[in-house]
Design a binder for this molecule. Structure first.
Ligand code: ADP
Length: 392
């Protein structure tokens, strides 16, 4: 049976932060909340959600239900999010409570809808892939002229981990994608296919009074739309481009009034960076910072939403590599887990307390040091071994 707190009681004077969403981001935020000594609660959809298994003062309720959000908000001084997909009525219900909503609904809108995001970034003059919205009067000729082939088609809302993203080669394939039903409130975004040389993520933390810090720009590797690997700092990135990417992320955070962590996912091209998308929460591209930075993204997210002075985002090692552990075909990974620890005591293994399902993010490994090739080999081996790809 689940315990539903009627109040969360940290030591006197310490605030309560509530995170909507019970995934691994909330679970890892709790680790930072413990060290800070603040009150922390999550609104989880199910009692076996990753964070619900770890957070004492968990509220189990439907994050799409405005009443559940209002009830949750009344427990908290500040409400923040481990995903951005809280529907508008829920945010309105939260606003009826005394809790501060951080990031606020105005900022969050840019992470909820990719067309709202593209329009705002274009208005700010931030470099983006060429794009257009597929409306009732849009023609294939306009797509060909403005975006070209191949094109990338995205649902503006509700997509994640590559779900809701299609690369189409021509008008026929475009027609097939557009024939699919859209989720309520979603629209079709069509973008230029960017022949990127690397994917980057520039993370910043920003507080309500405007203090902001920038993490080193990292390289991310995605496959099938899922983040597989992160290297911090991004190798082979020239320092001017890295600084430009950090400045762009800081500017976006300020202009959109983001509070908390902001990840600006970017494409590196031969002609500079283009913004792919924004996430206003701790992000997979920042898990390396738990061991690899002076202050982790989870701690800085909490400091930022509480308007506390921010922590130092600098790396503590020359390189830190993070590789995601995805679910494989073996439901029981405990043997593999022991092997990985025995093989490499320097490796940090994080498991999210989730049941194994093929392709699901169930954990990650992190390792820091001076020899990037060696770190990549060790982290990839460990993740593959845990997933069941390597059998020794
Ligand atoms: P999600 O919101 O599901 O993470 P993204 O918009 O980030 O979706 O796209 C997922 C992945 O698809 C990206 O990480 C990138 O590898 C690829 N992708 C997205 N947009 C483009 C584009 N315009 N050109 C080339 N590849 C793209």
């Amino acid at each position: 049976m689940t315990r539903e707190p009627t109040e969360v009681t940290p030591p006197r004077g310490f605030p309560v932060v509530g995170m909507v969403g019970g995934g691994q981001l909330a679970r890892m935020t709790q680790q930072a909340a413990i060290a800070l000594g603040i009150g922390f609660t999550v609104l989880a959809a199910r009692p076996d959600d990753s964070a619900a298994r770890a957070v004492r003062d968990v509220v189990v309720g439907d994050p799409d239900d405005p009443e559940a959000l209002a009830m949750f908000g009344r427990l908290c001084d500040v409400v923040t999010f481990d995903h951005e997909q809280v529907p508008e009525p829920g945010l309105t219900a939260l606003a009826t409570t005394d809790a501060a909503i951080r990031p606020g609904p105005g900022a969050l809108a840019h992470a909820q809808d990719k067309i709202v995001m593209r329009q705002a970034l274009t208005d700010l003059g931030a470099p983006c892939p060429a794009w257009l919205e597929w409306g009732p009067d849009t023609t294939v000729a306009q797509v060909a002229a403005h975006v070209g082939w191949p094109a990338v088609v995205k649902t503006s809302r509700g997509g994640y981990d590559g779900r809701g993203v299609w690369v189409v080669a021509d008008a026929e394939e475009l027609g097939e994608v557009l024939a699919q039903p859209l989720a309520p409130g979603a629209r079709w975004l069509i973008e230029q296919y960017v022949p990127f040389t690397a994917e980057l993520s520039a993370q910043v933390a920003r507080s309500p009074h405007g203090q902001a810090v920038a993490y080193p720009v990292v390289r991310t590797v995605q496959s099938d739309g899922i983040c597989k690997e992160v290297v911090a700092p991004a190798p082979d990135l020239d320092p001017d481009t890295a600084v430009a990417a950090q400045e762009l992320a800081l500017r976006i955070a300020g202009e959109l009034d983001v509070v908390g962590m902001l990840a600006v996912e970017m494409f590196a091209t031969d002609h500079g960076v283009l913004v792919n998308e924004l996430a206003m929460r701790p992000h997979n591209s920042g898990h390396w910072s738990i061991e690899g930075a002076v202050t982790s993204q989870f701690e800085n997210h909490l400091r930022a939403v509480l308007d506390l002075p921010l922590g130092d985002p600098r790396p503590v090692a020359r390189w830190t590599v993070m590789v995601n552990v995805l679910g494989g075909d073996h439901p029981d990974m405990y043997r593999a887990y022991r092997h990985v620890m025995a093989r490499d005591p320097d490796l940090h293994v994080h498991m999210y307390g989730k049941e194994v399902r093929p392709g699901r993010k169930i954990g990650h490994v992190t390792v820091s040091g001076d020899d990037l090739d060696d770190l990549l080999e060790r982290a990839r081996h460990a993740a593959d071994y845990l997933t069941g790809v390597v059998v020794e």
